[in-house]
Write a protein that binds this ligand. Sequence first.
Ligand code: FES
Length: 376
Amino acid sequence: MDFIRVCTKDELPPNSQKVVSLGKRKIALFHFNNKISAIANACLHKAGPLGLGAVSEKYEGMYVTCPWHGWEYNIETGSAPPGFPDQQALYEVKTEGEFILVSEEPIVKAHRKHHDNPLLEDLMKLKYQTSENSLNILGISTTNLSPNLPRFSTSEDALEKSLAYAQDKYGAATKMVKLRELEFRNCEGYYSQHSHACTWPCSITEMNPEDGMTEVYESMILWADIVIVSTPIRWGNASALYYKMAERLNCVQNQITINNKILVKNKLASFIITGGQDNIQQVAGQMMCFFTDLGFTFPPFSFLGWSRGWTSEDMDKNVLQFKKSEYIKRTSMEIVDNCVEMLKQIKNVTSGNMHAPLPKSSDSLSAGIENSDMNI
Ligand code: FES
């Protein structure tokens, strides 16, 4: 077996670790408990840099935790924790004078068990449920209400009106998703470590398919032709639940960045924005900006707005006025009409001809400059 010099002993003092190059491969070197060991640097999950992970004693051994999503490996054997059959490539290490050498080939080969979850298969394989003739309309209510103390929500009421009208007039299949009823975690910013750490479906969903965003991904990306999102105005912005969902949709947009893959095809979005005070245009603009970056199309006049103005502190009258509003009754139907009319047009668009004029990794100012700790 041939060995290659990878660094000096001084460069790897006790209780330290380091990523080194072995030809084209990256190796994570560890020096703990008076032993130097070497495993492949690319995590078996999504190629996170194991050499940057935290090392600690657990399961009766020394383990490194991948900094991207937390997979663990024994640094001396490359094996996954007890009960998991995964095996990271393990290399032999020896020293010669002041140098540390690593075997050119692994002495134990990597082996990754298939971890895909059947619950996520449709998402992973992008099994779209739309067809040439489908008319699937998804309502997403982003209003937060206490289940123990429900109150009237103007935005949700208008959304319910829209969906009922879509069923009656067009025979549409409709679905209502109320975000407050889904338990889902906040985005944990995997993208901030590396664009490839933000996965499809979301890394959180991969780790826990029961997370409530699975429902949103399936309904929005696979099932819907039209998505109508309703939100109250909270201090001039969409609701906190809306933003919580939007952050978790980063994985949809990120597929464009890292794989040039547009997941949203031939879909329309419209918005229902209601508040006691104001800022409808800013909220609509923000939502439209985000949804166009996901790949959605908008019909003309794609939002319904309701507010009573800056000085309207008499919120007890808001619901009274809203319930009487002819404007709400009319526009909650009209945004559906506009979407359905427009859908006929965009069903014929060849989505493969659409381009996402968004920055790709190759457009970055640092494209071509290698980060020596990374594997991709
Ligand atoms: S846990 Fe290592 S890349 Fe995901």
